[in-house]
Design a protein around this ligand. Structure first.
Ligand code: PBG
Length: 337
């Protein structure tokens, strides 16, 4: 990543535009590249067969039944996308105050993981760990009174991580922001023989307005009571993100996530510079929706805005990006070759 540049010269001896004069010259001095290897494709799974339901607020994104998810996984493999991330739209009847569906070994996520791994064993599969898809009140943790309980939630998260690992998940991605969950999940995985299952910690996850379309996609928005500010971070804070990351590294995280993405490029940069860890960014649903909405109005060029957003993540220091644009970007990059 960029060091502080030395003062290089003075006009007219130095003309910065010389290096921008032609396409080949610009390519030679280009500092950042995006590759298909940098992409993770988030997928929404729903019960049923042959179901593909458009998510209204996310043009081009659909909730897919397992048979279609397996096909999408095949598309990811063909495009060279290294991994997919699975998010369930859980039947509202299965949502309870104790979120027990989270650790049902035959829940929608576990069945999806098994189906993908059977068809495409070489594709990385990432599972979210958090209780919101299964919780009657839409929170990531167990709620009692007006409190989201920490330690009780961590126990549930460990059980959730174990059923996902048993189903064949490669990377467990806790997005719940409870304290101490990385160590607890690491120990639970190790005890059950899953030493090689990785943990991608959503270490710096902010209480953001940009998750709206996602909650629509998984059906948790309508049920959410209140907000997530007692566990997700305050958008005003940056030092706190470093403390979160330091703790999660000490607890055994293999990779770090910053979320949302574009409004938090400074956080990505600081984390990468401070810890030199594999650092991922999540270009969340609201960011995707904004670009599409502006493009649909003719106010932005979709391709241009999409590619610029991804290069910005890489320039900030992200090693990989979770993005709903993943297949479109991958196709574009592959077509260029
Ligand atoms: C839930 C979770 C959320 C997202 C990923 N996992 C939403 C939330 O915290 O409410 C958001 C992803 C997106 O907006 O694309 N733990």
């Amino acid at each position: 990543m960029a060091n502080k540049p030395p003062l290089t010269g003075k006009f007219p001896l130095t003309r910065m535009r010389r290096n921008r004069n032609d396409d080949w010259g610009r390519r030679l001095v280009s500092e950042t590249r995006v590759s298909v290897d940098d992409l993770v494709w988030p997928l929404f799974v729903i019960e049923g067969t042959n179901v593909s339901e458009p998510v209204k607020s996310m043009p081009g994104v659909e909730r897919l039944s397992i048979d279609h998810i397996v096909k999408a996984a095949g598309v990811a493999v063909d495009l060279g996308i290294p991994a997919v991330a699975i998010f369930p739209n859980t039947d509202p009847k299965l949502k309870t105050p104790d979120a027990v569906e989270a650790f049902n070994p035959d829940n929608l996520v576990c069945r999806t993981v098994r189906a993908i791994k059977e068809a495409h064993p070489g594709l990385g599969v990432i599972c979210d760990v958090a209780l919101d898809p299964y919780n009657a009140d839409g929170h990531d943790g167990i709620v009692r009174g007006d409190k989201v309980l920490n330690d009780e939630t961590v126990e549930a998260l460990c059980r959730q991580a174990i059923v996902q690992a048993k189903a064949g998940c490669d990377i467990i991605a806790p997005s719940d922001m409870m304290d101490g969950r990385i160590k607890a999940i690491r120990e639970a995985l190790d005890t059950d023989g899953f030493q090689d299952v990785r943990i991608l910690s959503y270490a710096a996850k902010y209480a953001s307005a940009y998750y709206g379309p996602f909650r629509d996609a998984v059906g948790s928005g309508g049920v959410l009571k209140g907000d997530k500010k007692t566990y997700q971070m305050d958008p005003a804070n940056s030092n706190e993100a470093l403390r979160e990351v330091a703790m999660d590294i000490a607890e055994g995280a293999d990779m770090i996530m910053v979320k949302p993405g574009m409004p938090y490029l400074d956080i990505i940069g600081r984390i990468k510079n401070t810890f030199a860890m594999p650092t991922f960014a999540y270009q969340v649903s609201g960011e995707y929706a904004m670009i599409h909405a502006a493009a649909a109005n003719g106010w932005l060029d979709l391709d241009g805005a999409m590619m610029e957003s991804i290069i910005a993540f890489k320039r900030a220091g992200a090693d990989a990006v979770f993005t709903y644009f993943a297949p479109v970007i991958a196709k574009k990059l592959n077509d260029k070759k």
